[in-house]
Design a binder for this molecule. Structure first.
Ligand SMILES: [Zn+2]
Length: 449
């Protein structure tokens, strides 16, 4: 079995790996490169492999950096099936449609060409086939199974077993521990090689209690200053995780019920999908719904669908909490709120997710005091605070225990989906701790398993 890395190689975005066996060519994920303009221009390059020669695509989850180039793959001639869980299919549809929307706006504003359009997304969605967890899927000489990765709703790690006897696991993205609503990452039964994400391969997150306390403090601080708490949130999972914890803080009276605006049409749509598909819930979430408690809703929560509704947030009195996309502040409604509030000392920007290099989020996170939005220079007076434990990604400790639990040990671990430093750090720890050979693949690099 041969693996070749065509994305997320010593960087976080653009996941795309080709698996070749004697009789099959399977693509694992086909994600968008995100971050700087250099990164996004890579999306327009031709695929290095031939899309018409592929036998299937297996999709780990619905995040843009894993599914975002699928419509381009179809435009470039891919004709077969895309296998994914039902939740992944539904959410990927929302994500790709939103991407088209952003591309259209971008085109209107700057004339930048669109990578694909709404028709291409529709042609992609009809290629999806629901693939439940654990059910073996047979393609030529390989058997494939999906397992719950505990990362976002419907997320999977994927086992590919070739008739030659070799088994490879693709982690997709591995979930953080103690994340509400979704289930814990399943354990790996057996593998000769693992391809693991390493987004936080060199970091340890705070625990659940600390996370809850820091969120409470940030909200109470906002109440005291009569300010604005701006939370740039990824629409999938992170937003719902946040709503779940704010709901708990309100219900237990740990915070007053100040207005919370969910200003993201995409997050509202994803929340609706999550409310429908209770088959993916963890035990605690199932218990809530058995008592008739909608854990994603509370009295002071306002959903703003349209632009006009969004504009009314500006005139509503403070203190208030605004949750808006995009999560890395490189687009979306959060930019309009930043223009209005980032120059104000009573504002706090609460960062709860990964900020790729080249994004506005990363610049704010790094403490830059002068930023530019839509060509306007703005001085940053707002406080910027980050809570790592809201991450949807496992930290080094969890990745090590997930891989360390496999017996007998795999012979090779390939660390992808991380900035070079994080991928190399995780690989080094894996070799030191378990004696397993590890590598951080480069773009275009192949490995024979
Ligand atoms: Zn992800």
């Amino acid at each position: 079995m041969k693996l070749t890395f065509y994305g997320a190689a010593r960087e976080v975005t653009g996941s795309c790996t080709l698996v070749e066996t004697a009789k099959s060519k399977i693509l694992v994920d086909c994600g968008m490169f995100q971050g700087s303009h250099v990164a996004s221009s890579k999306n327009f390059s031709d695929f290095v492999f031939d899309p018409t020669a592929l036998d299937a695509v297996v999709l780990t989850h619905a995040h843009m950096d894993h599914c975002g180039r699928l419509p381009k793959l179809i435009k470039d001639g891919f004709k077969k099936t895309i296998y994914a869980t039902e939740a992944t299919k539904l959410i990927a549809g929302i994500v790709m449609e939103d991407a088209v929307h952003i591309m259209e706006e971008d085109f209107e504003r700057s004339g930048r060409p669109q990578l694909y359009d709404a028709n291409d997304v529709q042609r992609t969605l009809i290629k999806f086939k629901d693939t439940p967890y654990h059910t073996p899927l047979r393609i030529n000489d390989v058997t494939i199974r999906f397992f719950d990765a505990g990362h976002i709703f419907g997320s999977s790690f994927i086992e590919i077993k070739a008739d030659s006897g070799k088994t490879v696991i693709f982690s997709g993205d591995v979930g953080n521990k103690d994340v509400p609503i979704i289930r814990e990452t399943e354990t790996i039964e057996h593998a000769d090689a693992i391809v693991t994400e390493s987004t936080y391969g060199n970091r340890i997150h705070e625990g659940k209690v600390e996370r809850f306390k820091q969120l409470q403090e940030a909200i109470l601080d906002c109440v005291e200053k009569k300010g604005v708490l701006l939370i740039p949130a990824f629409a999938i999972e992170r937003t719902q995780h946040l709503l779940y914890e704010i709901n708990q803080l309100v219900e237990t009276k740990k915070i007053p019920c100040i207005p919370v605006y969910l200003d993201s049409p995409m997050a509202i749509k994803v929340t609706k999908v999550m409310e429908k598909l209770s088959a993916y819930y963890d035990k605690e979430a199932l218990e809530h719904i058995s008592h008739g408690d909608n854990f994603l809703s509370f009295p002071c929560l306002h959903l703003t669908h349209t632009r006009d509704e969004s504009k009314t947030i500006n005139t509503s009195p403070s203190p208030k909490i605004i949750i808006a996309g995009s999560g890395m502040m490189n687009g979306g409604r959060i930019l309009h709120h930043l223009i209005r509030y980032v120059g104000d000392r009573s504002t706090t920007i609460l960062i709860i997710g990964y900020q790729a290099s080249g994004t506005l989020g990363r610049r704010l996170y790094s403490g830059e005091k002068n930023i530019r939005i839509f060509g306007k220079r703005i001085s940053v007076r707002a406080r910027v605070k980050a809570i790592g434990a809201f991450s949807a990604h496992a930290d080094q400790k969890k990745l090590l225990s997930w891989i360390g639990n496999i017996k007998p040990r795999p012979k090779l671990v390939l660390c992808n989906h991380g900035e070079e430093e994080a991928s190399v750090a995780l690989g080094t720890r894996i070799t030191e701790k378990f004696g397993i050979l590890s590598k951080a693949p480069k773009f275009g690099e192949s490995f024979e398993i």
